[in-house]
Design a protein around this ligand. Structure first.
Ligand code: ZN
Length: 198
């Protein structure tokens, strides 16, 4: 399958490398770009460049942020005493899209995986424990329901419970092995509301 232009073909190949974009969608995007006004494409390019050059990690929750502290951590209306632990910022984004959660987050940067050499030191666990020295009511563990996610949840619960902080785990409903980022909002909300005390 070839397109009518080598330039478009190159763009299709680049786009098809992006997660969740197959060759067919890549083709649709490439032709959309080819037919778009220059200003629209310039603005798209500048957004991409901006994210690639200027994004850093929030020094409190370690999600991606424009400044030293992200918009969620610096929002006075968010409950700082409730911390949801997620594997990555895509999971955070999934929960934010549900729109019901009013606490804050902690992004681990992955899940424990002894087989691939990801131990506690490779994740932001020390940083989480530091945060728990402040006044915290609840830690919600929202790692994925994969083996790694469950291992991480068990490990964290064991570390946190002696601090006399309530530890909960998002309920099933999130399918086993399912990535949080791919789960619909109703299921995520049900998993959050039905969370179990560990
Ligand atoms: Zn933050």
């Amino acid at each position: 399958m070839y397109s009518s232009s080598e330039n478009i073909e190159r763009l299709i190949s680049e786009l098809a490398d992006l997660p969740g974009v197959g060759r067919k969608s890549a083709g649709r995007l490439a032709y959309f770009i080819a037919n778009s006004k220059k200003e629209k494409i310039d603005s798209l390019i500048s957004s991409i460049k901006n994210v690639s050059e200027n994004i850093k990690r929030c020094k409190i929750c370690y999600t991606l942020s424009d400044g030293d502290v992200c918009q969620i951590c610096s929002n006075a209306n968010r409950n700082k005493k409730q911390i949801m632990v997620v594997e990555n910022e895509r999971d955070l984004f999934a929960y934010e899209n549900v729109g019901e959660y009013k606490g804050v987050y902690h992004v681990l940067g992955g899940a424990l995986s002894p087989l691939t050499g990801v131990g506690p030191n490779e994740l932001k666990i020390k940083e989480l424990m530091m945060r728990l020295k402040d006044d915290v009511d609840e830690v919600i563990i929202a790692t994925n329901s994969s083996v790694e996610g469950e291992t991480t949840a068990t490990y964290l619960a064991k570390m946190i419970k002696p601090l006399n902080i309530k530890v909960t785990r998002i309920a099933s409903g999130v399918p086993v092995g399912g990535d949080i980022e791919n789960i619909d909002e109703v299921t995520l909300l049900r998993a959050l509301n039905g969370r179990l005390v560990l």
